[in-house]
Structure formats: C-alpha cells, structure tokens
Design a protein around this ligand. Structure first.
Ligand SMILES: [Zn+2]
Length: 257
C-alpha cells in the first residue's frame, strides 16, 4: 500500500507542475476509483429488475466484451441496468458499465444497443477514464501538492491519497470525455460491435433517433457528446471498414451474408 501511495503522489506531482493532460495514473488505481464510483451508484440509484432489459444488456454486453478481450484481458466486467428515464449509458475504468432504461426504450434491436455498448467499452479500452481522471485530479489536487512542495515538509502521504481517493471516484462520474475521446470511442465502438457480429449500421440509425429525440428533450448522453450530425457523418465515413469486419465475421461463422 505504501509503495502504491508514493507512486500515486509521484505521478500526480509530476503533472501538477509540468501541466495537465500528459501524465497517466497507475491503471490499478484508476480501476479502483471506477469500482468505488460504481458501488456508490448502485447504492444510490434504482437497479432495474426488468428481466427483458437485463437479459438484453447482458447478452449484448457479453458478446462485445468477448470481442474486445484481446485488448482488455482479465477485465472484471459488470453491466447494470439502472431504472432511470434518462437516455444515457456510461462506462467506468475497470469494466463497470451502466445502461439506463431510458436508453433501452429508445433502441429497437440488439444491433443498436451494441452500438452504444461498443462505444462504452471502447472508452474503457482506450483508457479514457484514466486520462480524464489525470486531468481532473491535477486540477483538484494541484493546490495541495503545490502547498506540500513549497513547505518542503513531509505531510502524511496517506492523508493525501485519501483526499485523492474520494475526489477521484466523483470526478470519474462528473467529468465529460473530450471530443477526441468521443470520436475514438465511436470508431472503435463500431469495430467491436461488428467483430461481435452486430450490424454496425445500427450506430447510424441509433444516432438518427437520438437526433430526433433531442428536439423534444435533449438526452443527457448528448450533453457530453459531439454534435449528432458530425457524429453520424463520421460514423458513415468509417462504415466501409466496419461492414467488411462484420461480413468477414459472418462468413467465418458460416452465416449467410
Ligand atoms: Zn462517449
């Protein structure tokens, strides 16, 4: 534990002084923050007992997690359906994924749900939570670390790590991903969906529905995500490659094209 704490402080310290963004936290630390935030959400939010919704999410998520296994071996995946009208889904480091019933109501097929879950799993695979948390903790703890270095006195490292611990899990939930991260997750997300045997074109129909829905009530999913038209255009530009993966997978499984 002691070694972990000093490593954590060292990493934080290095980017607090050389600028945010470049440094990346130890992955085990970030995963522990993801697990902690998810535990808290499960305590605070209503978990769905709808067997159809739960079965759908588990079925799709399992196939996509298996498809991404090369990049994320040994991940302790957990997929939970939250009873909430918000059209939203999220992924936390360490493989914790939440899907809201509002989003399930909007999707019409496993293929469309695969587009969303593929996107969320891609955030985990790209370690976006780690990058987001590095930046967030740099802002939140920069002052504490600066104070510590100026006094040139050893404060209790454990106390510092404790502050970071609570702040970290909150930041993971509160901070939005950047535009570049969203684009990366879109690209990789449809590849995962295609690899898992889901039609990647469903990502486009899903986002078209999101666009329509946003005119009535802007879904939360959109507030942290790029403009829908840009997103659809980007997905279309990636579709040829995704369709090739999808068709090859079908042929390999002996399914009709
Ligand atoms: Zn996203």
């Amino acid at each position: 534990m002691k070694k972990f704490v000093s490593c954590f402080v060292l990493v934080l310290g290095s980017f607090a002084f050389v600028g945010c963004g470049a440094a990346v936290l130890p992955e085990e630390y970030v995963a522990s923050q993801g697990h902690s935030a998810f535990r808290q959400m499960k305590r605070q939010e209503r978990i769905s007992t709808n067997p159809k919704h739960n079965a759908m999410v588990k079925r799709v998520a399992k196939r996509i997690a298996d498809a991404s296994d090369i990049e994320l071996p040994k991940t302790e995946w957990e997929f939970v359906v939250f009873e909430n009208d918000a059209v939203n889904a999220f992924a936390l480091p360490g493989g914790k994924v939440g899907v809201y019933t509002g989003l399930i109501d909007l999707v019409d097929s496993d293929d469309e749900l695969a587009a969303v879950i593929g996107h969320e799993i891609a955030h985990v695979a790209c370690r976006h939570g780690n990058k987001r948390l590095s930046q967030g903790l740099g802002i939140a703890l920069g002052g504490v670390l600066l104070d510590r270095s100026m006094k040139k006195k050893d404060k209790d490292d454990r106390q510092l790590a404790r502050i970071g611990y609570g702040v970290g899990s909150q930041l993971l939930v509160a901070l939005p991903y950047g535009r570049k991260q969203e684009t990366e997750a879109d690209d990789r997300g449809i590849m995962y969906a295609a690899l898992a045997g889901y039609d990647p074109r469903a990502a486009i129909t899903f986002w078209q529905k999101m666009k329509k829905q946003s005119k009535v009530r802007p879904p939360e999913f959109l507030s942290t995500h790029p403009a829908t038209d840009n997103r659809i255009a980007y997905l279309e530009s990636k579709m040829e490659n995704a369709m090739r993966i999808y068709q090859q997978g079908k042929e390999a499984r002996g399914e009709s094209p």
